[in-house]
Design a binder for this molecule. Structure first.
Ligand code: NAP
Length: 246
């Protein structure tokens, strides 16, 4: 088991790619901290992990509230003693165009997609530094590379995540490696909210692999970044998008 005894925080683990990653990390021996807003789904994820012989707890946190975000690491350390892996995966889509953007919406999107990730990195860093090792994995998007994938707040927040990813790698080495996953179209509740695969048909037909991805195909990449399989990789952002725009 490649994460045997390691402690992993997975935000947005109540759904989609975060949930798939929580299951894979637990299967690989990690004690998983499942973070999300929906208690029924959080409990279900933890119950499923335990049913399979794994170890997990859940924390109900709204990432728009930065005071709540600041409780995640102390509660993790209280339960499991330290943190080895942080998967900053929680994210929200905003479909509001610039002409109708409000500061409330802009702040909400940035708190969930960027600021909470920065705060969590800041809080896990001392534990990872102390133990001489740690991995932070950020969730960017193909919308972090080009603006045509999403409206202004989402796209800008994912571009910011690309910058945060590099800055964290630069400041937190040599003990901590920091890498990002940039998904393309992945079949999750978020994709369903924009019409599923049909809603992003151009991304599916325009990519060499001719399909949307699955949450499990993000989880395996997160596992690569979480383990020593990627021991000489930091500051990178890996597109997991079926080859769109190659
Ligand atoms: N699906 C795609 O095609 C795609 C493409 C590129 C990037 N991404 C990125 O991938 C990540 C995961 O998304 P997904 O596709 O797996 O979507 P998803 O199935 O909708 O899952 C989103 C997760 O984020 C959590 N979340 C959202 N807002 C939150 C908030 N305010 N506070 C706490 N948790 C919150 C949700 O928790 P609750 O459900 O418990 O509220 C859920 O667990 C996101 O960062 C997204 O931007 C997705």
């Amino acid at each position: 088991m490649r994460l045997d005894g390691k402690v992993a925080i997975v935000t947005g683990a109540t759904s989609g790619m975060g949930r798939s990653t929580a299951y894979l990390f637990a299967k690989e021996g990690a004690k998983v901290v499942v973070v999300g807003r929906n208690e029924a789904r959080a409990k279900e994820v933890v119950d499923n992990i335990k049913k399979d012989g794994g170890e997990a707890i859940y924390l109900i946190i709204d990432m728009t509230n930065l005071d709540e975000v600041k409780t995640i690491v102390p509660k993790t350390v209280e339960a499991y003693g330290t943190v080895d892996v942080l998967f900053n995966n929680a994210g929200m889509l905003s479909l509001i165009p610039i002409t109708e953007m409000t500061m409330e919406e802009w702040t909400r999107v940035f708190n969930v997609n960027v600021t909470s990730a920065m705060l969590l990195a800041q809080e896990v860093a001392p534990y990872m530094k102390k133990q001489g090792k740690g991995s932070i994995i950020n969730t960017s998007s193909v919308a972090g590379y080009a603006a045509h994938f999403g409206p202004v707040a989402y796209s800008t927040s994912k571009h910011a995540m690309e910058g945060l990813n590099k800055a964290l790698a630069n400041e937190l080495g040599p003990e901590i490696r920091v890498n990002a996953i940039a998904p393309g179209a992945i079949v999750t509740a978020m994709l369903d909210s924009v019409g599923g695969e049909a809603g992003v048909e151009y991304m599916v037909t325009g990519a060499p692999l001719k399909r949307a991805g699955k949450g499990e195909e993000i989880a395996t990449v997160a596992l690569f970044f979480a383990t020593d399989d990627s021991s000489f990789v930091t500051g990178q952002s890996l597109r997991v998008d079926g080859g769109y725009e190659v």
